[in-house]
Design a protein around this ligand. Structure first.
Ligand code: DGJ
Length: 729
């Protein structure tokens, strides 16, 4: 059992890491350590001075060196003398805002805990263990259960908290974070992922200043602008060296990550639901469940950390028939036709696609209601047979006869004012009475907290899915949300609306993915505006960005790769000049970049020359030959495309006998040395061959010396290497 309790010290061990805490004499649950395995009680590292203006709990007696403002804790709370950022804040019936949590008992069991209504890492009983620690505020009887899930083989610990109101009055939760992590020693930096529509998850690494720094979303979705994930790393940490801790929140709504460096240079990290507009009423006997956070520690830099997250998300977060199966290569008509299509046009695209080896046609926005532009139709999920020139079943029959599967686009959470749904149910939108709503892309948001709205969506979506042979759904969401108000909630409970929206969304997704287990769901929010581990519980892949420019995508996919596995990254070859940037990149470069994901095309294949079509056919063959290695192999970043002159990445087979290296040299420089690329993850003493090269290299040579990248001519030249162990010895 990886969870041990000895002399009030609780140790959680995974394959390479140790997480440790201690119940101290006053019942406070102290955090001792998260790092490499040490086989030691790490409490010896904690020794605190008497710090002025850091008060002492009453039961510390005359011990002025004992302050909750300084000692590391597992779940800090507001109102008991901890003046730092805290994980929990509760408004009591008497108007006071204090909660003081002390240990009562704990439970350890095989298997992984579940969270009602929320996505969570799942595991077989023999691959996971759970620790539950019960804490109580003796004055109010508010209880907190801290849950720790341990997936030992992937070096993963999950955390979440349950707030239980055992008092006889109602309380209001002002903040309930998913976890608190205190790092008493060390000089830490942090990495977060910021951006905007068309440029998501750009890596930013900075030092941690004294005071509070934050990365968050208040947009109702996890957002393009910040991602609910962050890394704390040692100053010297790079891809292969140094200690780093990753945290990914399994939540798709407004979130907040805060990091504070305190007066003693200690670092505290807190992550969870954004508490800004949040207030949750908890009646006697009720419980509140926080979303789960996935944690991992690596003492060998970012590559290992990312691999841990890729493993857990691919194997223990993603679900469904396609989880580890080969994902279909798809052609999406959005950038080929936008709203201007009919069955004939789609069929012509599909016919060419099938000849080139593409597995699935995805019909994007515009097939339903009255929707020929983005000003109308959302909410009316009935097929526009005039536009399609026939029924959906007629179209899907034609497509499946080509030997292809068929996929379809929805944007369930949205409604256009110009729609039958809005005319019938104007009360179903999120809008504050007496105020005009804020429009975005001309659309309004449905109130997902309402059961009738969810029921309508379930029925209309399942009617479409039952009406034809549909293998894939793209679930889009194209605006941020404000005007938070629901007629279904009382004024006292309006602070619950954002979280209830996410719970409603998850309930609908759970129902649909359960009832249509063979349908592959792809998430989307104007590209990657809701790219998080919560959505990946329902959708196996997420459209990574609306920016399909191969050069820009190297940066976006680089940032995405820190937490999210390659199979989760929806990525397509599109036309040039690129529709977002106007940039022209070679077709093989566009394919090399798109292959680092769930691969597809998004252009009018019939506008390609015969030569280009032949090239596409070869690309598809190449991807299909390699897709197991690409999606299930070990992924390494070989460059930092934000700062380097090239982007490169590598997929390594489990037994390290085969590798694929892909990338892009951004610009050719005259009279310059060729770039050297150092490979990773090879067997040091094994001999390797590179396809098309007669030489033999040792793993050590390829990793220490590297290889010379091909001499380039022009811009955005592809890097492509297939390396295998030399079996001709
Ligand atoms: C935004 C998505 O990211 C695009 O791929 C496309 O589906 C459009 N929405 C359709 O409106």
């Amino acid at each position: 059992m990886p969870i041990r309790v000895e002399n009030k010290t609780i140790s959680i061990e995974t394959k390479n890491t140790l997480y440790q805490m201690k119940i101290d004499d006053t019942g406070i649950l102290r955090h001792l350590w998260y790092g490499q395995k040490t086989n030691t009680d790490m409490g010896y590292l904690l020794d605190y001075p008497d710090v002025g203006f850091s008060g002492n709990p009453y039961d510390a007696g005359e011990n002025r060196r004992y302050s909750l403002d300084t000692i590391p804790q597992e779940y800090s709370s507001y109102g008991n003398g901890d003046y730092r950022i805290t994980a929990l804040s509760v408004l009591n019936p008497d108007g006071s805002q204090a909660v003081d949590l002390r240990y009562i008992n704990h439970k350890i069991y095989k298997g992984k805990y579940k969270i009602p209504g929320l996505p969570a890492v799942y595991a077989d009983d023999d691959e996971a263990d759970t620790l539950e620690i019960y804490l109580i505020d003796k004055c109010t009887n508010v209880q907190v259960i801290l849950k720790y899930g341990v997936i030992d083989k992937w070096d993963i610990i999950t955390r979440s908290a349950v707030i239980c109101n055992h008092s006889y009055d109602l309380i209001k939760i002002k903040n309930a974070s998913s976890f608190c992590l205190d790092l008493p020693h060390g000089e830490w930096e942090w990495i977060h992922f910021h951006g905007r529509h068309n440029e998501e998850r750009i890596v930013e690494r900075t030092g941690i200043i004294h005071g509070i720094q934050e990365s968050s979303s208040i947009r109702g979705a996890s957002s393009h602008q910040q991602n609910p994930s962050a890394i704390l790393c040692e100053k010297n940490c790079d891809e292969d060296h140094g200690g780093c801790i990753g945290a990914a929140l399994m939540y798709s709504g407004s979130f907040k990550t805060r990091i504070e460096r305190d007066q003693l240079n200690q670092t505290r990290m807190i992550m969870g639901i954004n508490n800004e507009q949040f207030e949750w009423t908890l009646n006697h006997g009720e419980k509140f469940y926080t979303p789960e956070v996935i944690l991992s520690y690596s003492s060998n830099g970012f590559s290992k950390l990312s691999q841990n997250f890729h493993n857990i998300i691919r194997n223990n977060v993603c679900r469904g028939t396609y989880k580890l199966a080969e994902r279909p290569v798809l052609i999406n008509n959005w950038e080929a036709t936008y709203f201007d299509f009919n069955s004939d046009k789609l069929y012509e695209i599909a016919k060419t696609a099938s000849q080139l080896g593409i597995d699935m046609l995805v019909m994007d926005d515009g097939w339903f209601g009255n929707r020929d532009n983005d000003m109308s139709g959302l909410g009316d999920w009935t097929v526009n047979e005039n536009k399609l020139r026939g029924s959906l079943a007629e179209l899907t029959n034609k497509i499946t006869k080509l030997g292809m599967k068929f996929g379809i686009w929805f944007e369930p959470e949205m409604v256009s004012e110009d729609s039958a749904l809005y005319r019938t149910h104007p009360e179903w939108v999120i809008k504050i009475p007496g105020r005009n709503p804020v429009r975005s892309r001309y659309q309004l948001v449905l109130d997902m907290t309402r059961k009738d709205v969810r029921e309508y969506l379930y029925k209309s979506i399942s009617n479409v899915l039952n009406s034809a042979d549909i293998s894939y759904v793209k679930w889009d969401m194209n605006r941020s949300i404000c005007d938070w108000y629901s007629a279904g909630l009382t004024a006292e409970r309006m602070g619950e609306i954002q979280h209830r929206y996410v719970l409603g969304l998850y309930e609908l997704l759970e129902r649909l993915t359960t009832d249509f287990p063979d349908v592959l769901f792809e998430g989307c929010s104007g590209g990657g505006g809701r790219f998080d581990a919560g959505m990946l519980y329902y959708c196996l892949q997420i459209w990574c960005s609306d920016d399909t420019d191969a050069y820009e995508r190297t940066k976006i996919q680089y940032g995405t790769s820190f937490f999210y596995p390659i199979s989760a990254v929806g990525s397509h070859v599109s036309a040039v000049p690129n529709h977002q940037t106007g940039r022209i990149t070679p077709l093989d470069t566009r394919a090399a970049v798109a292959m680092a994901g769930s691969f597809g095309y998004e252009l009018d294949l019939n506008s390609l020359t015969e030569k280009e079509k032949a090239e596409v056919k070869e690309q598809i063959k190449e991807f299909k030959k390699n897709r197991k290695l690409i999606h299930n192999g070990t992924y390494y970043r070989l460059s930092d495309p934000i700062n380097d002159e090239y982007a490169a990445w590598e997929f390594v087979s489990d037994d390290k006998t085969e590798m694929l290296v892909y990338g892009v040299v951004f610009r050719t420089k005259p009279n310059s040395l060729r770039c050297v690329l150092k490979l990773r993850g090879l067997l040091q003493d094994a001999e390797y061959r590179i396809e098309g090269d007669d030489r033999i290299y040792t793993g050590r040579a390829l990793m220490e010396g590297g290889i010379l990248l091909p001499a380039t001519s022009g811009d955005y030249c592809t890097i492509k290497l297939h390396i295998t162990v030399n079996d001709k010895k």
